[in-house]
Design a protein around this ligand. Structure first.
Ligand code: BEZ
Ligand code: FE2
Length: 408
């Protein structure tokens, strides 16, 4: 049993509690959180460590949406416009895959861990990331992806998906959780999506899907027109939208799905997501680099949809550091009150991410998994209400990382 004491403890519960001169007592689970002197008096057998000045303890961060298999991208893919980017992904997918190996993915995972992220939601398109994800110290929710719009290829694509999913399922553990991702409404045939989601419900695994990432996706699904129409002909010369946005969401009944981006989602679609108990993965830098505009986070909150935070892959970002992502979000959402925004982002990256991935993590409270990080600020803010903001502005990595109570 360890007892770590710090200047500040960020509980990351619903009320976003902050304890000054606090501590966390834990083994593999959190035993108690509270005032430092009270914990010292109560847990006399604990191995005690007092962190240095300006220290912060908080739950390990959760990056809810990342594509590790695209980690080789630096300047291969075209940024600036969603359709140009998507064309470049299709053209360079094989090249990027061949430049990425297990070693690169293992290094990427190690960098993610050092930043203070203890859990990721990883979208796996090919299976190249399977072994490194299983071996990693990180908790990985491993979303095996199903994709393909050509009706003639459904059987082959479904067989390939099933092989990848059941391979991952064999490796399920206390830190590796197989899950299922339907790529998007424009790229995945509803029959394929339905079959994959039947497996998700039968196996009781988490689900995710890209949804309403760009205006051209909106236009294509709503009326079969726009910049996406020409692109879709390459996959099927007679292609039409395969479902409406609403029909696509309805495929996910009885799941609590993590919908990624949703920057173009309409109010009634947000209501469907909220009604299903779903969440949104917000990836502000990916949205900025693909020219798809910022998510209206005040509106998603108004509709009762839980907000989580993701970096997306290096296919649409310059780093997989969730602190960089939070800083970008601070500069993106200039219409939001700043201190409230900082607290929302830290909750998105902890408690909300854990809820969306159905994990007993993301909060420093008795009974939760002891996934804990220690941070060091250059200076403590004079006004404690500025602490969440200062943490986001001044942090790039964790000083110490515990996963399931084990130091990493
Ligand atoms: C397909 O595989 O059919 C597809 C992939 C990406 C975008 C659209 C369609
Ligand atoms: Fe993505």
């Amino acid at each position: 049993m360890r007892l770590i004491l710090s200047d500040f403890v960020l509980v990351c519960d619903e009320g976003f509690g902050i304890i000054e001169n606090g501590g966390v007592c834990f083994d593999e689970k959190i035993i108690a959180v509270g005032d430092a002197s009270e914990l010292l008096a109560k847990y006399k057998d604990a191995q005690v460590e007092r962190l240095s000045e300006n220290s912060v303890l908080m739950p390990g961060l959760i990056n809810s949406h990342v594509h590790l298999e695209f980690s080789a991208n630096v300047a291969t893919l075209k940024f600036g416009d969603f359709m140009s980017w998507l064309r470049s992904v299709i053209a360079s997918r094989d090249e990027l895959q061949s430049e990425c190996d297990e070693e690169m993915i293992a290094r990427t995972l190690q960098d993610i861990l050092k930043s203070g992220v203890t859990t990721i939601g990883a979208i796996s398109s090919f299976g190249l990331d399977l072994a490194p994800c299983v071996k990693s110290a990180l908790n990985v929710v491993y979303f095996v992806e199903v994709i393909g719009s050509n009706p003639a290829a459904i059987d082959t694509l479904f067989d390939d998906f099933k092989a990848r999913f059941y391979e991952a399922k064999k490796l399920k553990s206390g830190s590796f959780f197989p899950a299922i991702s339907v790529h998007s409404p424009y790229s995945t045939h509803p029959v394929l999506a339905r079959h994959a989601l039947d497996i998700a419900r039968a196996e009781g695994v988490q689900t995710s899907a890209h949804f309403m990432e760009a205006a051209c996706e909106r236009e294509w699904l709503d009326n079969g027109g726009g910049a996406m129409a020409e692109f879709m002909k390459a996959f099927n010369p007679h292609s039409k939208p395969m479902s409406s946005a609403k029909e696509f969401l309805q495929l996910f009944h009885d799941t609590k799905t993590l919908f990624v981006h949703a920057v173009q989602a309409k109010d009634e679609e947000l209501d469907i997501i909220a009604g299903q108990g779903g969440s949104i993965a917000h990836c502000p830098r990916s949205n900025a680099l693909l020219g798809t505009h910022a998510l209206d986070i005040a509106n998603t909150a108004k509709h009762g949809v839980g907000l989580t935070l993701g970096t997306d892959g290096l296919s649409s970002n310059i780093s997989l550091n969730l602190w960089d992502e939070m800083r970008a979000a601070i500069f993106t959402h200039q219409n939001c009150e700043l201190e409230g925004l900082a607290a929302l982002l830290l909750k998105s990256a902890t408690i909300n991410g854990a809820k969306a991935l159905a994990l007993n993590k993301g909060v420093l409270s008795e009974g939760y998994d002891a996934d804990i990080i220690a941070l060091k600020l250059p200076q403590s803010p004079k006004d404690i209400s500025q602490l969440p903001l200062q943490i986001i502005l001044r942090t790039g990595k964790a000083e110490a990382i515990y996963i399931g109570g084990v130091k990493r």
